[in-house]
Structures are given as C-alpha cells and as structure tokens.
Write a protein that binds this ligand. Structure first.
Ligand SMILES: [Zn+2]
Length: 376
C-alpha cells in the first residue's frame, strides 16, 4: 500500500478559507440540459453554484470532527471558486470527485449526502474520520453546470465542457469544443508536473484547463490511495433488456504505462482499482441497487481514471444512469452514495486492499445505448 507523503492537516492549512463567490444567473432560467428526456424540473432540483456553497457552509456549521471547506487551489476559468470538502484526519487518504462534466450533475447531490454522512455524530462517522482523510469535490465543473455564459454558437450551460471560448476555429487542442471550452476529464496531467499539457511532447506548463490542474494539485497535496470519479451516462439496456443503472471501470492506459516504464506498478494499480470496483459491486448488489456493467473505456491517459492510476492511486470511474426525470434523482443519488460509502468503509477497515477482484473480473459489458452515446 502506498504511504501518504504529506499529512493532510498540513496540506489543508495551505488553502485559504472559502468565501462565497459572486452571483450568477439562476440555472432554472436557463435552457434544457442536453440529455434526451432531460427537463427543466430536473435541473431545477439540483443545487445552483450559490446553493452548493451555502449548503456546504451550512453542513460545516454543524459538522462533527475534522472538517474543512475551502476553494480548490485554482479557480474555474471564469474565476469561480470550486468547493473542496476535507473530512477526517486518519492515515488513509481518499479522494472523491464528481460533476467534471457540467451536464452530469445529479452525482453532485450524492456527494453532498456523503459529506453529510461523514461529518455526522454517529459512531460510524466518527470511526471513518479517525481512519480516513477524505477529500470530496462535489462539482469540479462549476462553470459547465451553471455559469451565465454563452458559447460562440449561442448555446448556454449546462454543457459538458468548461468555459473557455479561446479557440474559435479548427485546429483547436484535442478534446476541445470550438468556441466553448475543454473537456476537463481529458486534461489531468499524469507526469511529475501538474501543469503539463497531456497531449504535447515533453514537459511544459501549457495545460490550458485550470479545473483539471486544480484537481491534480489537490492530488499532489493529499496523495490519495484511492480516487473515485463520478459521472453520468445515457440509458442503456443489458442483453436481457434490463435497464442498466450504472457502469464502472478501472485504469486501462497500458500503452502509456509501458512508455513510461511503469507497467509493473500500473498492473498493481489496476488490481487495487479492481478491488475497489469489487467492493462497490458487492455493496450495490446487497442493497438491490445494482445492474452495473463495465464501462467501455478508452485508454486516453489524461482521463482522471487513467491519470491518477498512472500516478499510483487506485482509481475508479463510476457512471450513473442519466437522462431521466427529476423523480429518479433520489434513486440515482442513493446509488452513488452506496457506491461511495462501500469504498470508504473498505478503505477505513483495510479490506479494500485485500478483497477479491472476482466481481470486477466477472462484470458484464455494457449493452446497447437507448439514446445517445456518452463518453466518460
Ligand atoms: Zn462524464
């Protein structure tokens, strides 16, 4: 097991205390999200940027034990602060991030529930805080969710990318939407330098995505042994026609690992990641929330799942079903919450590092897409 390089308590004091950032438009007044079946009632049910901060501040006011709410090391591209919650002061560091894609937002609500649970007064919560140092970023892509901005095509948020309309005609950088911005989940540096551009040769400080750099700087500070990244996918069915409730995947950037000369270490990381996936699958099955399949992932190294795996953390992608109505939000939130709780508990009691990988090894492939393709 990898050891923490820095004490969490030392790391968090480097970050100034959060202040609430300037007001932006109410997301309820904005057009629909991009998912088929998405509707106004759903986005209206999700906390706005201001509500996210105020909810977390409210939780902080009642939190038991070690609790810190601070902005991420860098602001979003429009200058908004990204809330980061740090809970516990235990020896095992775990990092949960969500909503890197602005239009995949129900998981941000799930993270708030995880924060509430971990900061509560129960014996279980206290034990978790003693064993773990948990970093939670409920909404990485604050701009892509509800910044009051328009891209050069006249569209507004929520959308997948951050907001950075600097490139108005091709050729732009890879994973860039013309006149809009970058896919945050393709720009995590996996070299020694957090500011490195993942798709330019050699070491540089040219990474154009502050939200991705901010997550990497947090990783550098906290040295998590496990990173879980929460997203939403479209609606899929399995071979029996059953609706798939989620998909998951471990790192798979095998070629990049070979190029970096770390294939053996990466293989070990994949095994640890599969153990985490197995814990999630077992817990979800037990609670009856499961029809979970393997996410058909690419090996792009700048994806969080791969980047933090290449850096040595066990790393897991968890994709909840999306594109459905607000009345399903509670169910989605609960499923993501159970998935998060399962790995946190296993990290706390140590079984995360020894459990069988059989559930992950036996996971089924994801079936047909009911609406549109989506890529983590
Ligand atoms: Zn996504």
């Amino acid at each position: 097991m990898k050891r923490q390089l820095f004490a969490l308590t030392a790391a968090v004091t480097l970050i100034p205390l959060a202040l609430v950032a300037p007001a932006v438009a109410d997301p309820q007044s904005q057009p629909n999200g991009p998912w088929p079946g998405e509707n106004d009632s759903n986005i209206a049910a999700i906390r706005s940027y201001e509500q996210l901060w105020s909810t977390l501040e409210n939780i902080e006011g009642h939190a038991k034990g070690t609790f810190d709410l601070s902005p991420a090391p860098l602001t979003s591209n429009t200058g908004r602060e990204i809330p980061v919650v740090s809970i516990g002061d235990g020896p095992t560091s775990v990092m949960l991030i969500a909503n890197q894609h602005g239009n995949e937002y129900v998981v941000s609500e799930a993270m708030i529930e995880v924060v509430k649970g971990l900061s509560g007064s129960s014996a279980k919560a206290r034990e978790m805080r003693e064993k773990l140092s948990v970093t939670i970023v409920p909404r990485v892509n604050v701009d892509g969710f509800d910044a009051d901005v328009f891209d050069t095509s006249g569209d507004t948020t929520p959308w997948r990318q951050n907001y950075d309309p600097s490139c108005t005609a091709e050729p732009c950088d890879p994973f860039y939407e013309v006149g809009r911005g970058y896919d945050i989940n393709r720009y995590h540096s996996y070299t020694a330098n957090a500011f490195d551009h993942p798709y330019r040769e050699g070491d540089d400080n040219d990474n154009p995505v502050p939200e991705s750099i901010a997550m990497r700087l947090l990783w550098d500070e906290r040295q998590p042994e496990l990173v879980v990244d929460f997203h939403h996918q479209g609606s899929f069915v399995d071979d029996d026609g059953g609706l798939i409730t989620g998909s998951t995947m471990w790192p798979n950037a095998l070629d990049e690992a070979a190029e970096m000369g770390i294939s053996d270490e990466f293989a070990e990381t994949i095994t640890l990641s599969k153990r985490a996936v197995s814990k999630m699958l077992t817990a979800l099955d037990q609670y009856g929330y499961a029809n979970i399949t393997r996410y058909p992932s690419t090996s792009t190294p700048g994806i969080a799942r791969n980047a933090y795996g290449l850096l040595g953390s066990a790393s897991v992608l968890f994709e909840m079903r999306g594109g459905i109505e607000a009345k399903s939000n509670g169910y989605i939130t609960k499923t993501a919450q159970v998935a998060a709780a399962s790995v946190l508990e296993a990290a706390a009691d140590g079984t995360l590092w020894t459990t069988s990988t059989a559930p992950a090894d036996q996971i089924r492939e994801r079936g047909d897409d009911l609406d549109n393709p989506h890529h983590e």
